[in-house]
Design a protein around this ligand. Structure first.
Ligand code: ADP
Ligand code: MG
Length: 314
Protein backbone atom coordinates (compact mmCIF):
# COMPACT_ATOMS: atom_id res chain seq x y z
CA UNK A 1 0.00 0.00 0.00
CA UNK A 2 2.76 2.37 1.05
CA UNK A 3 4.60 1.59 -2.18
CA UNK A 4 1.51 2.37 -4.25
CA UNK A 5 1.00 5.72 -2.53
CA UNK A 6 4.66 6.53 -3.09
CA UNK A 7 4.36 5.59 -6.77
CA UNK A 8 1.26 7.78 -7.13
CA UNK A 9 2.98 10.71 -5.43
CA UNK A 10 5.95 10.29 -7.75
CA UNK A 11 3.66 10.21 -10.78
CA UNK A 12 1.87 13.34 -9.56
CA UNK A 13 5.21 15.12 -9.09
CA UNK A 14 6.33 14.08 -12.56
CA UNK A 15 3.07 15.25 -14.11
CA UNK A 16 3.21 18.66 -12.46
CA UNK A 17 6.84 18.93 -13.53
CA UNK A 18 5.90 18.30 -17.15
CA UNK A 19 2.67 20.27 -17.26
CA UNK A 20 3.04 23.81 -18.61
CA UNK A 21 3.26 26.03 -15.59
CA UNK A 22 0.50 28.64 -15.53
CA UNK A 23 1.57 32.26 -15.18
CA UNK A 24 0.61 34.86 -12.62
CA UNK A 25 -1.56 37.37 -14.46
CA UNK A 26 -2.42 40.94 -13.64
CA UNK A 27 -4.20 43.75 -15.47
CA UNK A 28 -3.15 47.27 -14.55
CA UNK A 29 -4.91 50.45 -15.69
CA UNK A 30 -2.37 53.21 -15.92
CA UNK A 31 -0.72 55.70 -18.27
CA UNK A 32 -4.13 56.08 -19.88
CA UNK A 33 -4.11 52.49 -21.12
CA UNK A 34 -4.56 48.84 -20.15
CA UNK A 35 -1.51 46.77 -19.28
CA UNK A 36 -1.42 42.98 -19.04
CA UNK A 37 1.33 41.25 -17.10
CA UNK A 38 1.99 37.47 -17.44
CA UNK A 39 4.81 36.12 -15.30
CA UNK A 40 6.11 32.57 -14.78
CA UNK A 41 8.28 31.32 -11.93
CA UNK A 42 8.40 30.69 -8.20
CA UNK A 43 7.96 34.33 -7.23
CA UNK A 44 5.56 35.17 -10.08
CA UNK A 45 2.71 36.32 -7.82
CA UNK A 46 4.99 38.55 -5.79
CA UNK A 47 6.54 39.90 -9.00
CA UNK A 48 3.10 40.79 -10.39
CA UNK A 49 2.49 42.84 -7.24
CA UNK A 50 5.89 44.54 -7.37
CA UNK A 51 5.48 45.37 -11.06
CA UNK A 52 1.99 46.81 -10.56
CA UNK A 53 3.28 49.12 -7.85
CA UNK A 54 6.20 50.20 -10.04
CA UNK A 55 3.83 50.99 -12.92
CA UNK A 56 1.51 53.05 -10.75
CA UNK A 57 4.52 54.90 -9.36
CA UNK A 58 5.83 55.65 -12.88
CA UNK A 59 2.36 56.88 -13.84
CA UNK A 60 2.33 59.32 -10.91
CA UNK A 61 5.86 60.51 -11.66
CA UNK A 62 5.46 61.09 -15.40
CA UNK A 63 1.86 62.23 -15.83
CA UNK A 64 2.55 65.59 -17.47
CA UNK A 65 -0.97 66.85 -16.67
CA UNK A 66 -0.79 66.07 -12.94
CA UNK A 67 0.36 68.70 -10.43
CA UNK A 68 1.80 65.86 -8.33
CA UNK A 69 4.19 64.65 -11.04
CA UNK A 70 7.96 65.08 -11.20
CA UNK A 71 7.38 67.12 -14.35
CA UNK A 72 5.27 69.62 -12.38
CA UNK A 73 8.09 69.85 -9.83
CA UNK A 74 10.52 70.52 -12.66
CA UNK A 75 8.28 73.29 -14.04
CA UNK A 76 8.19 74.83 -10.56
CA UNK A 77 12.00 74.84 -10.47
CA UNK A 78 12.12 72.20 -7.75
CA UNK A 79 14.84 69.53 -7.70
CA UNK A 80 14.08 66.15 -9.26
CA UNK A 81 15.51 62.72 -8.49
CA UNK A 82 18.57 61.33 -10.27
CA UNK A 83 16.35 58.76 -11.99
CA UNK A 84 14.02 61.46 -13.35
CA UNK A 85 16.98 63.54 -14.53
CA UNK A 86 18.53 60.57 -16.28
CA UNK A 87 15.27 59.79 -18.14
CA UNK A 88 15.04 63.45 -19.22
CA UNK A 89 18.67 63.41 -20.39
CA UNK A 90 18.13 60.22 -22.34
CA UNK A 91 14.97 61.67 -23.91
CA UNK A 92 16.90 64.74 -25.08
CA UNK A 93 19.67 62.52 -26.47
CA UNK A 94 17.02 60.57 -28.42
CA UNK A 95 15.64 63.86 -29.71
CA UNK A 96 19.14 64.68 -31.05
CA UNK A 97 19.61 61.19 -32.51
CA UNK A 98 16.32 61.43 -34.45
CA UNK A 99 16.98 64.95 -35.73
CA UNK A 100 14.12 66.22 -33.56
CA UNK A 101 11.47 63.85 -34.96
CA UNK A 102 11.10 62.46 -31.44
CA UNK A 103 10.59 65.55 -29.31
CA UNK A 104 9.87 65.11 -25.58
CA UNK A 105 8.85 68.78 -25.21
CA UNK A 106 5.69 68.85 -27.29
CA UNK A 107 3.23 69.02 -24.37
CA UNK A 108 1.62 72.29 -25.51
CA UNK A 109 1.12 71.02 -29.07
CA UNK A 110 -0.52 67.76 -27.99
CA UNK A 111 -2.64 69.74 -25.52
CA UNK A 112 -3.77 72.19 -28.24
CA UNK A 113 -5.24 69.26 -30.20
CA UNK A 114 -7.11 68.12 -27.09
CA UNK A 115 -5.32 64.81 -26.62
CA UNK A 116 -4.81 65.30 -22.89
CA UNK A 117 -8.32 66.46 -22.01
CA UNK A 118 -10.20 64.39 -24.58
CA UNK A 119 -11.86 67.58 -25.90
CA UNK A 120 -10.48 67.02 -29.39
CA UNK A 121 -10.29 70.01 -31.72
CA UNK A 122 -8.33 71.31 -34.69
CA UNK A 123 -6.38 74.34 -33.44
CA UNK A 124 -5.75 77.45 -35.56
CA UNK A 125 -2.35 78.05 -37.19
CA UNK A 126 -1.70 80.83 -34.66
CA UNK A 127 -2.41 78.48 -31.74
CA UNK A 128 -0.12 75.84 -33.23
CA UNK A 129 2.67 78.37 -33.71
CA UNK A 130 2.48 79.54 -30.11
CA UNK A 131 2.24 75.95 -28.80
CA UNK A 132 5.38 75.02 -30.75
CA UNK A 133 7.24 77.84 -29.00
CA UNK A 134 6.45 76.37 -25.56
CA UNK A 135 9.06 73.84 -24.40
CA UNK A 136 7.16 71.80 -21.84
CA UNK A 137 7.96 68.13 -21.24
CA UNK A 138 5.64 65.29 -22.22
CA UNK A 139 7.37 61.92 -22.02
CA UNK A 140 4.27 60.10 -23.35
CA UNK A 141 6.31 58.95 -26.37
CA UNK A 142 8.84 56.97 -24.30
CA UNK A 143 7.52 56.28 -20.85
CA UNK A 144 5.97 52.90 -21.60
CA UNK A 145 9.29 51.85 -23.12
CA UNK A 146 11.13 53.08 -20.06
CA UNK A 147 8.59 51.23 -17.89
CA UNK A 148 9.46 48.02 -19.76
CA UNK A 149 13.14 48.50 -18.92
CA UNK A 150 12.38 49.19 -15.30
CA UNK A 151 10.11 46.16 -14.96
CA UNK A 152 12.80 43.92 -16.48
CA UNK A 153 15.33 45.11 -13.92
CA UNK A 154 12.83 44.39 -11.11
CA UNK A 155 12.14 40.90 -12.52
CA UNK A 156 15.84 40.11 -12.64
CA UNK A 157 16.02 40.60 -8.86
CA UNK A 158 13.26 38.03 -8.25
CA UNK A 159 12.98 34.26 -8.68
CA UNK A 160 11.12 34.49 -11.96
CA UNK A 161 11.69 32.43 -15.13
CA UNK A 162 10.04 34.49 -17.81
CA UNK A 163 7.42 37.12 -18.51
CA UNK A 164 5.45 38.82 -21.25
CA UNK A 165 4.41 42.34 -20.36
CA UNK A 166 1.91 44.03 -22.66
CA UNK A 167 2.18 47.67 -21.71
CA UNK A 168 -0.62 49.20 -23.78
CA UNK A 169 0.71 48.05 -27.14
CA UNK A 170 4.37 48.02 -26.08
CA UNK A 171 5.37 44.40 -25.61
CA UNK A 172 8.29 43.68 -23.30
CA UNK A 173 9.55 40.11 -23.06
CA UNK A 174 11.79 38.64 -20.37
CA UNK A 175 13.57 35.26 -20.20
CA UNK A 176 13.13 32.33 -22.53
CA UNK A 177 10.43 29.77 -23.11
CA UNK A 178 11.15 26.30 -21.59
CA UNK A 179 12.35 24.83 -24.90
CA UNK A 180 14.18 28.01 -25.81
CA UNK A 181 11.77 28.84 -28.67
CA UNK A 182 11.44 32.52 -29.50
CA UNK A 183 8.56 34.68 -28.31
CA UNK A 184 6.10 35.37 -31.12
CA UNK A 185 4.60 38.86 -30.97
CA UNK A 186 1.59 39.71 -33.16
CA UNK A 187 1.53 43.10 -34.90
CA UNK A 188 -1.85 44.73 -35.16
CA UNK A 189 -2.83 45.43 -38.76
CA UNK A 190 -3.83 49.14 -38.80
CA UNK A 191 -6.18 48.77 -41.77
CA UNK A 192 -7.33 45.27 -40.79
CA UNK A 193 -6.57 43.54 -44.04
CA UNK A 194 -6.82 40.08 -42.57
CA UNK A 195 -3.06 39.65 -42.28
CA UNK A 196 -1.54 38.10 -39.20
CA UNK A 197 1.89 39.66 -39.07
CA UNK A 198 4.20 38.46 -36.32
CA UNK A 199 7.78 39.06 -35.25
CA UNK A 200 9.98 36.73 -33.23
CA UNK A 201 12.28 37.78 -30.41
CA UNK A 202 14.34 36.01 -27.77
CA UNK A 203 15.22 37.02 -24.23
CA UNK A 204 14.46 40.48 -22.86
CA UNK A 205 13.31 42.60 -25.78
CA UNK A 206 10.99 45.53 -26.41
CA UNK A 207 8.58 45.37 -29.36
CA UNK A 208 7.04 48.83 -29.60
CA UNK A 209 4.44 50.07 -32.08
CA UNK A 210 3.36 53.63 -32.87
CA UNK A 211 0.30 53.91 -35.07
CA UNK A 212 -2.28 56.36 -36.37
CA UNK A 213 -5.09 54.05 -35.20
CA UNK A 214 -4.25 54.04 -31.48
CA UNK A 215 -5.61 57.45 -30.58
CA UNK A 216 -7.36 59.72 -33.03
CA UNK A 217 -10.47 61.74 -33.82
CA UNK A 218 -12.16 62.62 -37.09
CA UNK A 219 -13.54 65.91 -38.38
CA UNK A 220 -15.21 66.09 -41.81
CA UNK A 221 -13.80 62.66 -42.70
CA UNK A 222 -10.21 63.64 -41.88
CA UNK A 223 -8.36 61.56 -39.29
CA UNK A 224 -6.28 63.48 -36.74
CA UNK A 225 -4.08 61.14 -34.71
CA UNK A 226 -1.86 61.68 -31.66
CA UNK A 227 1.68 61.55 -33.10
CA UNK A 228 2.77 65.09 -33.90
CA UNK A 229 5.27 66.23 -36.48
CA UNK A 230 7.45 68.68 -34.47
CA UNK A 231 8.10 70.64 -37.68
CA UNK A 232 4.42 71.45 -38.30
CA UNK A 233 2.74 70.97 -34.93
CA UNK A 234 0.16 68.80 -36.72
CA UNK A 235 -0.38 65.02 -36.78
CA UNK A 236 2.48 63.48 -38.78
CA UNK A 237 1.53 62.67 -42.35
CA UNK A 238 4.38 60.55 -43.69
CA UNK A 239 2.48 57.76 -45.42
CA UNK A 240 2.99 55.43 -42.47
CA UNK A 241 0.07 53.76 -40.68
CA UNK A 242 2.23 52.10 -38.04
CA UNK A 243 5.87 51.45 -37.21
CA UNK A 244 7.11 48.68 -34.95
CA UNK A 245 10.61 48.89 -33.49
CA UNK A 246 12.38 45.94 -31.89
CA UNK A 247 15.28 46.79 -29.61
CA UNK A 248 16.78 45.51 -26.35
CA UNK A 249 16.58 49.01 -24.92
CA UNK A 250 12.91 49.80 -24.19
CA UNK A 251 13.14 53.57 -24.07
CA UNK A 252 15.11 53.69 -27.34
CA UNK A 253 12.56 51.37 -28.99
CA UNK A 254 9.73 53.66 -27.90
CA UNK A 255 11.39 56.92 -28.99
CA UNK A 256 12.37 55.38 -32.34
CA UNK A 257 8.88 54.05 -33.06
CA UNK A 258 7.50 57.56 -32.58
CA UNK A 259 10.35 59.13 -34.59
CA UNK A 260 10.12 56.67 -37.50
CA UNK A 261 6.39 57.29 -37.66
CA UNK A 262 7.09 61.02 -38.04
CA UNK A 263 9.99 60.55 -40.48
CA UNK A 264 8.28 58.04 -42.79
CA UNK A 265 9.83 55.13 -44.67
CA UNK A 266 12.73 56.76 -46.53
CA UNK A 267 14.14 58.98 -43.78
CA UNK A 268 13.31 56.26 -41.23
CA UNK A 269 15.29 53.68 -43.21
CA UNK A 270 18.22 56.12 -43.37
CA UNK A 271 18.10 56.48 -39.58
CA UNK A 272 18.26 52.68 -39.27
CA UNK A 273 21.22 52.53 -41.71
CA UNK A 274 23.18 54.93 -39.48
CA UNK A 275 23.38 52.47 -36.57
CA UNK A 276 21.50 49.24 -37.39
CA UNK A 277 21.14 48.64 -33.65
CA UNK A 278 17.39 48.03 -33.88
CA UNK A 279 14.91 46.36 -36.23
CA UNK A 280 11.82 48.01 -37.69
CA UNK A 281 8.63 47.11 -39.54
CA UNK A 282 6.80 49.85 -41.46
CA UNK A 283 3.14 49.34 -42.40
CA UNK A 284 2.29 52.05 -44.91
CA UNK A 285 -1.11 53.66 -45.45
CA UNK A 286 -1.24 52.08 -48.94
CA UNK A 287 -1.13 48.63 -47.30
CA UNK A 288 2.48 47.78 -48.23
CA UNK A 289 4.95 46.47 -45.67
CA UNK A 290 8.70 47.13 -45.34
CA UNK A 291 11.00 45.55 -42.76
CA UNK A 292 14.68 45.56 -41.85
CA UNK A 293 16.45 42.24 -42.57
CA UNK A 294 16.65 41.12 -38.92
CA UNK A 295 13.01 41.79 -38.03
CA UNK A 296 12.03 38.07 -38.35
CA UNK A 297 8.68 39.12 -39.77
CA UNK A 298 6.18 36.56 -41.02
CA UNK A 299 2.52 36.34 -41.98
CA UNK A 300 2.49 38.54 -45.08
CA UNK A 301 4.39 39.83 -48.08
CA UNK A 302 6.96 42.51 -47.43
CA UNK A 303 9.96 44.30 -48.91
CA UNK A 304 13.28 44.01 -47.11
CA UNK A 305 14.91 47.38 -46.50
CA UNK A 306 18.38 47.37 -47.99
CA UNK A 307 21.28 48.19 -45.63
CA UNK A 308 23.24 49.78 -48.48
CA UNK A 309 20.96 52.17 -50.36
CA UNK A 310 20.83 55.59 -48.89
CA UNK A 311 18.64 58.54 -49.74
CA UNK A 312 16.75 56.39 -52.27
CA UNK A 313 13.48 54.58 -52.14
CA UNK A 314 14.31 51.52 -49.96
P1 ADP B 1 1.57 55.41 -27.84
O1 ADP B 1 1.77 56.25 -26.63
O2 ADP B 1 0.21 55.45 -28.41
O3 ADP B 1 2.06 54.02 -27.66
P2 ADP B 1 3.86 56.74 -29.01
O4 ADP B 1 4.90 56.01 -28.28
O5 ADP B 1 4.17 57.00 -30.44
O6 ADP B 1 2.47 56.03 -29.00
O7 ADP B 1 3.68 58.11 -28.23
C1 ADP B 1 2.72 59.05 -28.60
C2 ADP B 1 2.62 60.05 -27.48
O8 ADP B 1 3.84 60.80 -27.39
C3 ADP B 1 1.55 61.10 -27.73
O9 ADP B 1 0.34 60.72 -27.11
C4 ADP B 1 2.15 62.35 -27.10
O10 ADP B 1 1.94 62.35 -25.71
C5 ADP B 1 3.63 62.19 -27.36
N1 ADP B 1 4.07 62.67 -28.67
C6 ADP B 1 3.34 63.03 -29.76
N2 ADP B 1 4.13 63.35 -30.80
C7 ADP B 1 5.42 63.19 -30.37
C8 ADP B 1 6.69 63.35 -30.98
N3 ADP B 1 6.85 63.74 -32.25
N4 ADP B 1 7.78 63.10 -30.21
C9 ADP B 1 7.67 62.70 -28.93
N5 ADP B 1 6.50 62.51 -28.31
C10 ADP B 1 5.38 62.76 -29.02
MG1 MG C 1 6.92 55.88 -28.70
Amino acid sequence: MKKRILALLLLAALLTGCAPQSPAEKTVFCMDTVMDLRIWGREAEKAAQVLEEALLDLDRTWNASSPASALAALEAGEPVSEEVQSVLDRALALKARTGGAFDPQLYAVTEAWGFFSGDYRVPSQAEIASALAVKKYDLGGVIKGYAGEKLVSLLSGLDVDRAVLNLGGNVQTYGSKPEGEPWVVALQDPRDQGRELTVQVTGAMAVVTSGDYQRYFEVDGVRYHHIMDPKTGCPADSGVASVTVICADGMTADALSTALFVLGLEAGADLWRESRDFEAVFLLTDGSVYATPGAALSGGEYTVISPQESGKNP
